[in-house]
Write a protein that binds this ligand. Structure first.
Ligand code: MF3
Ligand code: CO
Length: 248
């Protein structure tokens, strides 16, 4: 069952998302080459306490941390570690969710540490633009197939690949609610959107192949090509004429 949120619930989700976006923005500025991913996690925990929000990922299906920090060929679900050091030339994605007044928000952002090559710059731009295009398709009466199609078509045209093994999701009191929000599809197919639905849209984009593998830690998802990949995510609420980006 897809839960429709009332205007009051959306207000709370907007507050949740605003706090999340603020913390993530600060984290992006905090990150430096030479830091461990665990230090970034610690800084996030400090800021969550300050803002009185609860991490949404910690303990979710047994996930052991508050952030997912994925470097280079790692796509999603990288577990912060003391011995994982961020270095110049890395692509780093931080995926982060919080709970505020009972409502979750979820967001991911990928960025470069220092100098990166042209292909990586292109990949980052394509990831960002894919999410932007997907969000533009969201409105009452549109289909999730329209949203997925817009991502897939654009990414393919730019020479990259859309991961199909992982998808976006509905979100609210639970981090993952119905429906699934695939980053692929056909126009006019899938769930028809209604006002008050809240969705986490999260394109995951790889190079050379859409295949992914899971590392020995049982969590970290890596590109089978071993090449850097990107992940961008926003939580949005469907409105009559478009959508509201809640993680702004
Ligand atoms: N943003 C991701 C998602 O929506 C990460 C959460 S998975 C967790 O699926 F298990 F790590 F919490
Ligand atoms: Co998500």
């Amino acid at each position: 069952m897809i839960k429709i949120k009332s205007p009051e619930e959306i207000k709370l989700m907007r507050q949740s998302g605003k706090i999340l976006a603020e913390i993530l923005k600060k984290l992006v500025r905090f990150v430096r080459a030479g830091m461990s991913t665990k230090l970034v996690e610690k800084e996030a925990e400090r800021m969550m306490q300050e803002k009185k929000v609860i991490p949404a990922f910690k303990g979710y299906y047994g996930y052991p941390a508050s952030l997912c920090i994925s470097l280079n060929e790692e796509l999603i679900h990288g577990i912060p570690r003391e011995d994982k050091i961020i270095k110049g030339g890395d692509l780093i994605s931080i995926d982060f969710g919080v709970k505020y007044e009972g409502y979750c928000s979820d967001m991911a952002y990928t960025f470069a540490i220092g100098k990166i090559d042209k292909t990586q710059r292109h990949l980052l731009a394509v990831g960002k633009e894919a999410l932007r295009r997907a969000i533009k398709r969201v409105r009452e009466g549109a289909f999730l197939g329209d949203v997925g199609f817009s991502i897939q078509e654009f990414v393919k045209k730019e020479g990259f690949f859309v991961v199909k093994d992982f998808v976006g999701h509905g979100i609210g009191k639970d981090l993952h609610e119905e429906p699934e929000v695939p980053n692929f599809g056909r126009e006019g197919e899938g769930v028809c959107l209604r006002r008050g639905m809240t969705l986490a849209i999260e394109p995951m984009i790889t190079q050379e192949t859409e295949e992914v593998k899971i590392k020995e830690d049982g969590w970290t998802v890596v590109s089978a090509s071993g090449k850097p990949c990107v992940h961008f995510e926003h939580t949005v609420a469907v409105t009559k004429r478009g959508c509201l980006i809640l993680t702004n």
